[in-house]
Design a protein around this ligand. Structure first.
Ligand SMILES: C[S@@+](CC[C@H](N)C(=O)[O-])C[C@H]1O[C@@H](n2cnc3c(N)ncnc32)[C@H](O)[C@@H]1O
Length: 287
Protein backbone atom coordinates (compact mmCIF):
# COMPACT_ATOMS: atom_id res chain seq x y z
CA UNK A 1 0.00 0.00 0.00
CA UNK A 2 1.34 3.43 -0.92
CA UNK A 3 1.91 5.91 1.90
CA UNK A 4 -0.72 8.26 0.45
CA UNK A 5 -3.33 5.50 0.59
CA UNK A 6 -2.28 4.52 4.09
CA UNK A 7 -2.83 8.13 5.19
CA UNK A 8 -6.46 7.93 4.02
CA UNK A 9 -7.14 5.11 6.49
CA UNK A 10 -5.07 6.72 9.21
CA UNK A 11 -7.04 9.98 8.93
CA UNK A 12 -10.33 8.07 8.89
CA UNK A 13 -9.53 6.15 12.08
CA UNK A 14 -8.29 9.29 13.80
CA UNK A 15 -11.43 11.27 13.06
CA UNK A 16 -13.90 8.43 13.67
CA UNK A 17 -12.35 6.73 16.73
CA UNK A 18 -9.36 8.72 17.91
CA UNK A 19 -7.14 5.74 17.03
CA UNK A 20 -3.74 6.40 15.48
CA UNK A 21 -2.30 3.58 13.37
CA UNK A 22 1.39 3.61 12.62
CA UNK A 23 2.87 2.94 9.14
CA UNK A 24 4.48 -0.26 10.55
CA UNK A 25 0.94 -1.66 10.73
CA UNK A 26 0.37 -1.37 6.97
CA UNK A 27 0.49 -5.17 6.58
CA UNK A 28 -2.30 -5.51 9.17
CA UNK A 29 -4.35 -2.87 7.42
CA UNK A 30 -4.01 -4.68 4.08
CA UNK A 31 -4.96 -8.06 5.52
CA UNK A 32 -8.02 -6.63 7.27
CA UNK A 33 -9.15 -4.63 4.24
CA UNK A 34 -8.75 -7.43 1.68
CA UNK A 35 -12.07 -9.17 2.42
CA UNK A 36 -13.78 -5.79 2.51
CA UNK A 37 -12.87 -4.46 -0.94
CA UNK A 38 -14.07 -7.75 -2.40
CA UNK A 39 -17.32 -7.58 -0.41
CA UNK A 40 -17.90 -4.06 -1.75
CA UNK A 41 -17.14 -5.18 -5.35
CA UNK A 42 -13.95 -3.16 -5.83
CA UNK A 43 -11.22 -4.82 -7.92
CA UNK A 44 -8.41 -3.66 -5.58
CA UNK A 45 -7.79 -1.93 -2.26
CA UNK A 46 -6.58 1.08 -4.25
CA UNK A 47 -9.95 1.47 -5.95
CA UNK A 48 -11.73 1.27 -2.58
CA UNK A 49 -9.32 3.92 -1.27
CA UNK A 50 -10.20 6.15 -4.23
CA UNK A 51 -13.87 5.83 -3.33
CA UNK A 52 -13.05 6.82 0.26
CA UNK A 53 -11.12 9.86 -0.96
CA UNK A 54 -14.16 11.07 -2.92
CA UNK A 55 -17.50 11.54 -1.12
CA UNK A 56 -17.47 8.33 0.89
CA UNK A 57 -20.54 6.18 1.42
CA UNK A 58 -21.17 6.22 5.21
CA UNK A 59 -21.82 2.47 5.07
CA UNK A 60 -18.36 1.92 3.57
CA UNK A 61 -16.77 4.15 6.21
CA UNK A 62 -18.59 2.12 8.87
CA UNK A 63 -17.35 -1.17 7.42
CA UNK A 64 -13.78 0.09 7.14
CA UNK A 65 -13.78 1.29 10.75
CA UNK A 66 -15.22 -2.04 11.91
CA UNK A 67 -12.63 -3.97 9.93
CA UNK A 68 -9.75 -1.96 11.37
CA UNK A 69 -10.86 -2.00 15.01
CA UNK A 70 -9.19 -4.28 17.51
CA UNK A 71 -12.03 -6.12 19.29
CA UNK A 72 -9.90 -8.62 21.17
CA UNK A 73 -11.14 -9.36 24.68
CA UNK A 74 -11.70 -12.20 27.10
CA UNK A 75 -13.31 -12.90 30.47
CA UNK A 76 -11.39 -11.57 33.49
CA UNK A 77 -8.68 -10.11 31.27
CA UNK A 78 -5.81 -8.85 33.44
CA UNK A 79 -7.20 -10.73 36.47
CA UNK A 80 -5.46 -8.62 39.14
CA UNK A 81 -7.82 -5.79 38.30
CA UNK A 82 -10.86 -7.96 38.99
CA UNK A 83 -9.29 -9.12 42.25
CA UNK A 84 -8.82 -5.48 43.27
CA UNK A 85 -12.39 -4.71 42.22
CA UNK A 86 -13.96 -7.55 44.17
CA UNK A 87 -11.76 -7.54 47.23
CA UNK A 88 -10.96 -3.85 47.69
CA UNK A 89 -12.98 -1.44 45.61
CA UNK A 90 -16.44 -3.00 45.98
CA UNK A 91 -16.11 -3.60 49.75
CA UNK A 92 -15.02 0.06 50.06
CA UNK A 93 -17.98 1.27 47.99
CA UNK A 94 -20.36 -0.93 50.00
CA UNK A 95 -19.30 1.06 53.08
CA UNK A 96 -19.83 4.37 51.28
CA UNK A 97 -23.17 3.58 49.60
CA UNK A 98 -25.09 2.27 52.62
CA UNK A 99 -27.95 4.66 51.93
CA UNK A 100 -28.35 3.99 48.18
CA UNK A 101 -27.51 0.26 48.40
CA UNK A 102 -26.62 0.37 44.71
CA UNK A 103 -23.36 0.35 42.75
CA UNK A 104 -23.25 1.82 39.23
CA UNK A 105 -20.58 0.58 36.82
CA UNK A 106 -19.63 1.33 33.21
CA UNK A 107 -17.67 -0.86 30.85
CA UNK A 108 -16.52 1.69 28.25
CA UNK A 109 -15.24 -0.08 25.13
CA UNK A 110 -16.71 -3.43 26.17
CA UNK A 111 -16.13 -5.19 22.78
CA UNK A 112 -18.07 -8.48 22.72
CA UNK A 113 -19.14 -8.17 26.35
CA UNK A 114 -16.75 -10.36 28.31
CA UNK A 115 -15.57 -7.40 30.40
CA UNK A 116 -19.12 -6.35 31.30
CA UNK A 117 -20.08 -9.90 32.31
CA UNK A 118 -16.87 -10.23 34.33
CA UNK A 119 -17.84 -7.02 36.16
CA UNK A 120 -21.31 -8.44 36.77
CA UNK A 121 -19.85 -11.67 38.19
CA UNK A 122 -17.47 -9.72 40.46
CA UNK A 123 -20.29 -7.50 41.72
CA UNK A 124 -22.60 -10.50 42.30
CA UNK A 125 -19.86 -12.18 44.31
CA UNK A 126 -19.15 -9.05 46.35
CA UNK A 127 -22.82 -8.40 47.10
CA UNK A 128 -23.74 -12.02 47.76
CA UNK A 129 -26.00 -12.36 50.83
CA UNK A 130 -26.39 -8.60 51.19
CA UNK A 131 -30.08 -7.89 51.49
CA UNK A 132 -31.59 -5.16 49.26
CA UNK A 133 -28.26 -4.35 47.61
CA UNK A 134 -28.02 -4.28 43.84
CA UNK A 135 -25.83 -3.04 40.99
CA UNK A 136 -26.20 -2.03 37.38
CA UNK A 137 -23.75 -1.97 34.50
CA UNK A 138 -23.80 0.08 31.33
CA UNK A 139 -21.63 -1.44 28.62
CA UNK A 140 -20.81 0.60 25.51
CA UNK A 141 -18.77 0.18 22.38
CA UNK A 142 -18.56 1.82 18.99
CA UNK A 143 -18.98 -1.49 17.20
CA UNK A 144 -22.57 -2.56 16.56
CA UNK A 145 -21.42 -6.11 15.73
CA UNK A 146 -19.61 -6.33 19.08
CA UNK A 147 -22.62 -4.99 20.97
CA UNK A 148 -24.95 -7.49 19.26
CA UNK A 149 -22.63 -10.33 20.24
CA UNK A 150 -22.38 -9.01 23.80
CA UNK A 151 -26.15 -8.75 24.20
CA UNK A 152 -26.64 -12.28 22.95
CA UNK A 153 -24.52 -13.34 25.94
CA UNK A 154 -23.65 -16.78 24.58
CA UNK A 155 -20.00 -17.76 24.44
CA UNK A 156 -18.30 -20.84 23.07
CA UNK A 157 -16.33 -23.17 25.32
CA UNK A 158 -13.00 -21.51 24.62
CA UNK A 159 -14.32 -17.98 25.18
CA UNK A 160 -16.23 -18.84 28.34
CA UNK A 161 -13.46 -20.83 29.95
CA UNK A 162 -10.56 -18.39 29.37
CA UNK A 163 -10.01 -16.91 32.86
CA UNK A 164 -13.45 -17.56 34.28
CA UNK A 165 -12.75 -20.60 36.42
CA UNK A 166 -15.04 -23.58 36.67
CA UNK A 167 -16.82 -22.49 39.88
CA UNK A 168 -17.93 -19.19 38.39
CA UNK A 169 -18.71 -20.79 35.05
CA UNK A 170 -21.19 -23.15 36.68
CA UNK A 171 -22.61 -20.47 38.95
CA UNK A 172 -23.20 -17.77 36.34
CA UNK A 173 -23.69 -19.63 33.02
CA UNK A 174 -26.02 -22.29 31.67
CA UNK A 175 -24.61 -24.74 29.21
CA UNK A 176 -26.65 -25.24 26.05
CA UNK A 177 -26.18 -26.88 22.66
CA UNK A 178 -24.72 -23.67 21.28
CA UNK A 179 -22.47 -22.66 24.13
CA UNK A 180 -22.40 -21.11 27.58
CA UNK A 181 -25.30 -18.70 28.15
CA UNK A 182 -25.03 -16.00 30.79
CA UNK A 183 -27.78 -16.57 33.37
CA UNK A 184 -30.80 -14.26 33.39
CA UNK A 185 -30.14 -12.77 36.83
CA UNK A 186 -26.89 -11.31 35.48
CA UNK A 187 -28.48 -10.28 32.20
CA UNK A 188 -31.03 -8.22 34.13
CA UNK A 189 -28.24 -6.09 35.53
CA UNK A 190 -26.40 -5.18 32.30
CA UNK A 191 -27.51 -2.92 29.46
CA UNK A 192 -25.61 -2.44 26.22
CA UNK A 193 -25.43 0.59 23.99
CA UNK A 194 -23.52 1.64 20.87
CA UNK A 195 -21.56 4.77 21.69
CA UNK A 196 -18.40 6.52 20.55
CA UNK A 197 -16.23 7.67 23.46
CA UNK A 198 -14.71 10.38 21.31
CA UNK A 199 -17.94 11.94 20.13
CA UNK A 200 -20.18 11.07 23.02
CA UNK A 201 -23.38 13.05 23.01
CA UNK A 202 -25.48 11.28 25.65
CA UNK A 203 -25.04 11.94 29.33
CA UNK A 204 -24.84 8.49 30.89
CA UNK A 205 -24.84 9.83 34.45
CA UNK A 206 -22.35 9.14 37.22
CA UNK A 207 -20.62 5.82 37.88
CA UNK A 208 -18.88 4.44 40.94
CA UNK A 209 -16.62 2.23 38.84
CA UNK A 210 -15.56 2.66 35.22
CA UNK A 211 -13.58 0.08 33.28
CA UNK A 212 -12.03 1.58 30.14
CA UNK A 213 -9.40 -1.01 29.42
CA UNK A 214 -7.26 -1.55 26.35
CA UNK A 215 -9.15 1.13 24.46
CA UNK A 216 -7.08 4.34 24.60
CA UNK A 217 -3.60 2.86 24.13
CA UNK A 218 -3.75 3.32 20.37
CA UNK A 219 -5.41 6.75 20.53
CA UNK A 220 -3.71 9.98 19.51
CA UNK A 221 -2.52 12.00 22.56
CA UNK A 222 -5.34 14.51 22.00
CA UNK A 223 -8.02 11.81 21.75
CA UNK A 224 -6.66 10.09 24.85
CA UNK A 225 -6.82 13.34 26.84
CA UNK A 226 -10.36 13.98 25.57
CA UNK A 227 -11.58 10.52 26.55
CA UNK A 228 -9.97 10.80 30.00
CA UNK A 229 -11.87 14.09 30.48
CA UNK A 230 -15.12 12.36 29.49
CA UNK A 231 -14.45 9.51 31.91
CA UNK A 232 -13.65 11.99 34.70
CA UNK A 233 -16.94 13.77 34.02
CA UNK A 234 -18.84 10.50 34.51
CA UNK A 235 -16.95 9.29 37.58
CA UNK A 236 -18.27 9.78 41.13
CA UNK A 237 -16.19 12.01 43.43
CA UNK A 238 -15.04 8.85 45.19
CA UNK A 239 -15.13 6.62 42.10
CA UNK A 240 -12.56 4.28 40.52
CA UNK A 241 -11.33 4.18 36.94
CA UNK A 242 -9.70 0.95 35.77
CA UNK A 243 -7.48 1.15 32.70
CA UNK A 244 -5.59 -1.51 30.74
CA UNK A 245 -1.95 -2.37 31.26
CA UNK A 246 -0.99 -0.68 27.98
CA UNK A 247 -3.20 2.39 28.39
CA UNK A 248 -0.60 5.06 29.11
CA UNK A 249 -2.67 7.73 30.80
CA UNK A 250 -0.11 9.43 33.09
CA UNK A 251 1.05 12.35 30.98
CA UNK A 252 -2.41 12.92 29.56
CA UNK A 253 -4.38 14.10 32.55
CA UNK A 254 -3.86 15.80 35.90
CA UNK A 255 -7.32 14.55 36.95
CA UNK A 256 -6.31 11.08 38.13
CA UNK A 257 -3.65 9.35 40.16
CA UNK A 258 -2.99 5.64 40.58
CA UNK A 259 -3.87 3.84 43.80
CA UNK A 260 -0.81 2.74 45.79
CA UNK A 261 0.58 -0.49 44.26
CA UNK A 262 -2.25 -0.49 41.69
CA UNK A 263 -0.91 1.32 38.62
CA UNK A 264 -4.03 0.56 36.58
CA UNK A 265 -6.62 1.50 39.18
CA UNK A 266 -7.06 5.25 39.15
CA UNK A 267 -8.71 7.54 41.64
CA UNK A 268 -9.43 11.23 41.34
CA UNK A 269 -6.41 13.41 42.08
CA UNK A 270 -8.72 15.73 44.04
CA UNK A 271 -11.18 13.07 45.14
CA UNK A 272 -13.24 12.53 48.23
CA UNK A 273 -11.97 9.16 49.53
CA UNK A 274 -12.03 7.80 53.06
CA UNK A 275 -8.77 5.91 52.94
CA UNK A 276 -9.31 4.38 56.38
CA UNK A 277 -12.26 2.44 54.90
CA UNK A 278 -10.11 0.60 52.35
CA UNK A 279 -9.82 -3.09 53.08
CA UNK A 280 -6.34 -4.56 52.88
CA UNK A 281 -5.47 -6.06 49.46
CA UNK A 282 -6.13 -9.77 49.11
CA UNK A 283 -4.54 -11.82 46.42
CA UNK A 284 -7.37 -14.16 45.43
CA UNK A 285 -10.90 -13.55 44.14
CA UNK A 286 -13.48 -15.31 46.27
CA UNK A 287 -15.21 -17.78 43.95
C1 LIG B 1 -9.18 -4.26 22.45
S1 LIG B 1 -10.88 -4.05 22.78
C2 LIG B 1 -10.87 -4.06 24.56
C3 LIG B 1 -12.11 -4.68 25.14
C4 LIG B 1 -12.14 -4.75 26.68
N1 LIG B 1 -12.26 -3.44 27.25
C5 LIG B 1 -10.94 -5.46 27.21
O1 LIG B 1 -10.09 -4.85 27.86
O2 LIG B 1 -10.82 -6.67 26.96
C6 LIG B 1 -11.10 -2.32 22.40
C7 LIG B 1 -12.54 -1.93 22.14
O3 LIG B 1 -12.64 -0.51 22.14
C8 LIG B 1 -13.58 -0.13 21.17
N2 LIG B 1 -13.33 1.26 20.77
C9 LIG B 1 -12.26 1.76 20.09
N3 LIG B 1 -12.41 3.07 19.91
C10 LIG B 1 -13.58 3.41 20.50
C11 LIG B 1 -14.28 4.64 20.64
N4 LIG B 1 -13.80 5.80 20.13
N5 LIG B 1 -15.47 4.63 21.28
C12 LIG B 1 -15.97 3.48 21.79
N6 LIG B 1 -15.36 2.28 21.68
C13 LIG B 1 -14.18 2.27 21.04
C14 LIG B 1 -13.38 -1.12 20.04
O4 LIG B 1 -14.52 -1.21 19.20
C15 LIG B 1 -13.08 -2.41 20.81
O5 LIG B 1 -14.23 -3.18 20.97
Amino acid sequence: MRLGDFEVYRALLQSELGVDIKPEKTYLLESRLSPLYRKWGYPTIESMTLALRAVPDPALVHDVVQALTDNETWFFREPTKFQTLQNMVLPYLIKQRKRQKKIHMWSAGCASGQEAWSLAISASNALEGMKNWTFDILATDISNEAIEYAERAIYNQQEAQSETGITQLIKYFEQSRIGWNVKDHLKDRVSFQISNLLHQSEDFGVFDVIFCCNVIHEFTPEARAQVLDTLAYHLADDGFLFVGELDHWQSRTPLFKAMPDQPHVLIRAEGDYKFADFPKAETKVRA
